[in-house]
Ligand binder design. Sequence first.
Ligand code: DQA
Length: 147
Amino acid sequence: MANILVIHGPNLNLLGTREPEVYGTETLASINKHLAQMAEQNEVRLRTYQSNTEGNIISCIQQAASKDIQFIIINPGAFTHTSIAIRDAFLATRIPFIEVHVSNVYAREEFRSHSYLSDIALGVISGFGRNSYLLAFEAAIIHCNQS
Ligand code: DQA
C-alpha cells in the first residue's frame, strides 16, 4: 500500500480565516478530511503534518525516509521562497515530492515567483485552492502505482 505524507507549512493552520480573498474560506481540517476520503477510496496510507517551524519540517522530511514514506506533497508556505534547508532535506532523502500552493503564486508579488524547491520537485500545482492538494494527491497515487 502506498504511503504518502502531506506537509503543510507555516500559517496554513490559519486557512479559513487568513486572507480569505487570497486563500478562500476552507479550513485546513476540511482539506485534510477530503484528502483522507481520497486516500480511503484509493487504498493508500496518508499522513498529514503541519508546522510553523522550519526545523520541524526538516525533521519531518528526514524522518519520512525511515517511516517508509514513498511520496511527499508539501505546501511549504513562505518557506518556499526562503528555505535552502528544506531544499537540502529533500535532496538528502531523495523522496519524490510535489510542491503545492493554494493561491497562484505567479499572479502575486514578484518574490513569490521564486521557489527553492520547484526545480527539484516532480511537479508544482498552484492556484486551485483545496484542489491543488487533491490534484497533487491524484498525481502522487499514479506515481506510486507506477513505481
Ligand atoms: C502559499 C503561497 C506562499 O507564497 C505563502 O507564503 C503561503 C501560502 C499558498 O499556499 O498559496 O503561506 O504557499
